[in-house]
Design a protein around this ligand. Structure first.
Ligand code: NAP
Length: 247
């Protein structure tokens, strides 16, 4: 039995990284509304507390998890906290940065690329590996990676509808994240851990100066689905609201 016990109720626990704002905040809210106890992962104490207070004001069962995905010690401490909270059923790797634009291949700096990959890819590996012992003990463990169709090589090279800006850091980091998703899915196939990636669509958040056309709540929807897949659900897939997307 892996569902965590709090008081007299059996509840599943989820952790969302970068949950203090944007799509991550709405994923945390959506999971809590559907009955999860949710760890609100956030690196800044003030922003974390503000998000937790706002979610609790809605009557949601959430707790703050100090978490900088680029910091090994922070990630290890977050895993200890989750263990103390009773374990983990669902991990949503949402935290990411663009690394700043422009980032055409000919102009990008090595530091820019390293920072983006450290956050968007290595951060996911750090957090996933730290949480895996708990996920392996869960009854229906799920890992959900928040990716983007700008990481799809197929869509980027489509003749008629190429997606995304020319980018040597952010877009390739999502391509790498998609590749990592497949590798985790393959390794964990026998362990019952379903690992999938999704794209929220073009969502108005700080990440894109609020130029997106969808709301964070709309963007969160596909991840709520992936977080609550049935045990015979897919693993190693990449999808958005309209269905499976090409790698
Ligand atoms: N918006 C879109 O149109 C769109 C499209 C496709 C995919 N996505 C993906 O959706 C996810 C969420 O993005 P968003 O649009 O909601 O952006 P956002 O509003 O900028 O939120 C990003 C979140 O990640 C956190 N974060 C960044 N670096 C971190 C670190 N080192 N450790 C912990 N947390 C960190 C941020 O925390 P701070 O507040 O401390 O900076 C923030 O909570 C990302 O994976 C993004 O790539 C977004």
């Amino acid at each position: 039995m892996s569902e965590t016990t709090h008081g007299n109720t059996m509840k599943k626990t989820a952790l969302v990284t970068g949950a203090n704002k944007g799509i991550g905040y709405e994923i945390a809210a959506g999971l809590a509304r559907s009955g999860f106890r949710v760890g609100v992962g956030a690196r800044d104490p003030g922003r974390r507390e503000e998000a937790v207070d706002k979610l609790r004001a809605e009557g949601l069962d959430v707790f703050g998890v100090p978490l900088d995905v680029t910091d090994d010690e922070s990630v290890a401490a977050a895993a200890v906290l989750l263990e103390e909270e009773g374990g983990l059923d669902v991990l949503v790797n949402n935290a990411a940065i663009t690394g700043g634009m422009p980032q055409e291949p000919s102009r990008v700096s090595a530091a820019q690329v390293l920072q983006v990959v450290d956050t968007n890819v290595v951060g996911v590996i750090r957090v996933t590996n730290a949480m895996l012992p708990m996920l392996r003990r869960a009854a229906s463990p799920r890992v959900v990676n928040v990716s983007s169709t700008v990481g799809s090589l197929t869509l980027q090279t489509a003749q008629d509808e190429a997606v995304g800006p020319i980018s040597a850091a952010y877009s390739p980091s999502k391509t790498y994240l998609n590749a990592i998703t497949v590798q985790y899915a393959k390794e964990l196939a026998g362990a019952g851990v379903l690992v999938n990636a999704g794209c929220p669509g073009y969502v108005a958040t700080d990440l894109n100066g609020h130029r997106g056309t969808r709301t964070p709540e709309q963007g969160a929807a596909v991840f709520l689905e992936l977080a609550t897949l049935p045990d015979d659900g897919p693993t190693g897939t990449f999808r958005d609201e309209s269905g499976v997307q090409p790698w």
